[in-house]
Design a protein around this ligand. Sequence first.
Ligand code: FAD
Ligand code: NAD
Length: 475
Amino acid sequence: MSSQFDVIVIGGGPAGYPCAIRAGQNKLKVACIDEWKNHDGSYAFGGTCLNAGCIPSKALLESSELYYRTQHEFAVHGIKVGNVSVDVAAMQKRRAQIVKQSTMGIASLFKGAGVTGLQGHGKLLSGNRVEFTDKDGKKQELSAKHVVLAAGSSPVELKSLPFDGERIVDSWGALEFESVPKRLGVIGAGVIGLELGSVWRRLGAEVLVLEALESFLPMTDGAVSKEALKHFKKQGLDIRLGAKVSGADRTKTGLMLKYTDASGEKTIEVDKVVVAIGRRPYSKDLLSEGTGVQLDERGFVKVDHECRTNAPNIWAVGDLVRGPMLAHKGKEEGVMVADLIAGKVSEVNYKAIPSVIYTAPEIAWVGQTEEEVKKSGRAYKVGSFPFLASGRARAMEATAGFCKIVSATDDDEILGVHIIGPMAGELIAEAVLAMEYSASTEDLQRTMHAHPTLSEALHEAALNADKIAIDFPNR
Ligand code: FAD
Ligand code: NAD
């Protein structure tokens, strides 16, 4: 193998592998180094997202949602089913197959783009050199004109509840449970806590969610967070806000969790607990001394708006740098960097990053919440439309939630779009595109939407911003 490259990418997750592919498409000689090792000992490209994050969680969310709907919604459609039961082993086999299909696809994508995929550890040395340690521990020195750091993130551990891989697990562990826990504790009512809590709740677990903050989903629009809490509670998620966990004692079969809330100290027994209190940038053994790459106080690699670190020709992307920890944000950064290295013009629009929480109802948003706009002092108008008034949603038996648009009064700019309801994660794409192209609220109003579709809800919300909705009494 040659040891000289135009670009070496360290990390083959959703930020690193697209960067390597685009560099290859740009006719650069590129290698991508990745050390991800699965629980069965196999190595795989794709990082957290493909192996232990986005993809496996969505596979289980889909399976568990089907199970839930079969039990609770089929009767309304006039469909009678007998005894419905879950085969967790089969469900997990499907999850594992989907992951394998996705990660193996990267090898063929690398081949197509001429990327050299290297499985093992990469460490940046000074002078744009990289030390590569292969799976057998053999070391080799490589060099490149540019190095892109894409080492991702790892779960934060709670000191009072250290992971043991059995009763106290991280999100990866909770994706691989072999049976449905009777009582599952979830620490943190964030994105992971709600998605994985929903999976195991739908499959029959009693789920207790302990959240340290008094507020629920504070990053979402206030109206969305209120609506979401109502639905999750109705589904039986026992969400306790303002609950600070202080530790746990092992019992015969589980754990006695200890926590404090406004009314004092409490204990509750669970069989297993998932700690999902956030993730932190992962830079273990990534940088040798003398590289000049600076980290901030929270451990993120410092970069500018184009993902350049302070060291010449060293770039960093994805969860390793500031901004939301989202696969698509990392992907766009990786692609931008590969284009900038090739001398092309490229940028990431950090104001139009969509977020999706894949619960039921699904939650999706882009741009500012109403609370943020209010705080900014800019005059604004709000339009909303409930799915209850959508013919398609009624036909789907999926009427929970609404679409909401927040726009500027002066120039009609779309400042934020917030959706809770069926297919919210798909519907938000229209709002992202509108914001990317600086469409006004009127542009959305004048765009024809097929009938009957869920997308009409966003159309009607835009009309309602000027109190000219057709299918809903304007208020
Ligand atoms: P990673 O995916 O973490 O990849 C980094 C890779 O670099 C890893 O393979 C790691 O092994 C490797 N590496 C690290 N150091 C080295 C080294 N020194 N040498 C060689 N290799 C190294 N985001 C979404 O947008 N949508 C979702 O639905 C979603 N669901 C999620 C569900 C869960 C349960 C979790 C945990 C996360 C989820 N995320 C989701 C977040 C998403 O997974 C991350 O934002 C994304 O994976 C970050 O990509 P990355 O490439 O920066 O890092
Ligand atoms: P998060 O930041 O979304 O939520 C963590 C929650 O834990 C917060 O509500 C926080 O207040 C709470 N918390 C923190 N310390 C606590 C404590 N000691 N006790 C109780 N609660 C505590 O983090 P996450 O859910 O771990 O997810 C990590 C990252 O992965 C997020 O940045 C997210 O964007 C990404 N992710 C995205 C998706 C998606 O896009 N659908 C899915 C899963 C994960």
